[in-house]
Design a protein around this ligand. Sequence first.
Ligand SMILES: [Zn+2]
Length: 225
Amino acid sequence: MDIIKAHCNKCCGTRRHEVLHKEKTDWSEAYEDGQFTIYGGYTYSMIKCCGCENIALKHDSWCSEETDINGSPLTSTIYFPPATYREKPRWLSEFLFLSLKHSFVGELITEIYIALQNNSSRLAVMGVRSLIEQVMIDKIGDKGTFKNNLDEFERRGFISKTQKEILEPVLDAGHAAIHRNYKPSMKDVVSLIDIVENIIESLYVNSRRALNIKKKIPLRQQEHK
Ligand SMILES: [Zn+2]
């Protein structure tokens, strides 16, 4: 049984994996009447995390034309499903299940994570901006511009002044990704998602939980005078 180190999506990091099955293929292509040949290979490994038992397919490829400074071929690795470097929020599945009215929130979050998995930081930031815009419109109606929506969102008490100050750069990053060809780093995208998910959790998920708790508390008996 082969054991290798590989990325685990459930554990969110590099873990030891058991190789359940492995297939190797090689290829070569001749150019200019056989004057020179380019060659390479693929390895497909079905792997299982030794910790959480998650299963994935690891695809390694190399090519004679992509080498390090010593001339050894460089291997590039991708995973199916794609490697994720951040877990979806734990409340998301509960939210998707319970809140049909606000399904756009869950759907957009899911799409943002697909963009993240595919290293598409611009699409992820555009998604984050669109997500917060949809949330604001859902709560306060459309006030015409982003700035007006944000001002009203704060005025009505959905976010604090501090949260508004944190959100402004999020919105600006989304705007810059759309209009000014700004490509944020994945680390920046992850911090933007943190901020927006916190707000969504407090507006939709925690408020529902609070309501459920309230329903369970027996009403006070009227006090006798
Ligand atoms: Zn794992």
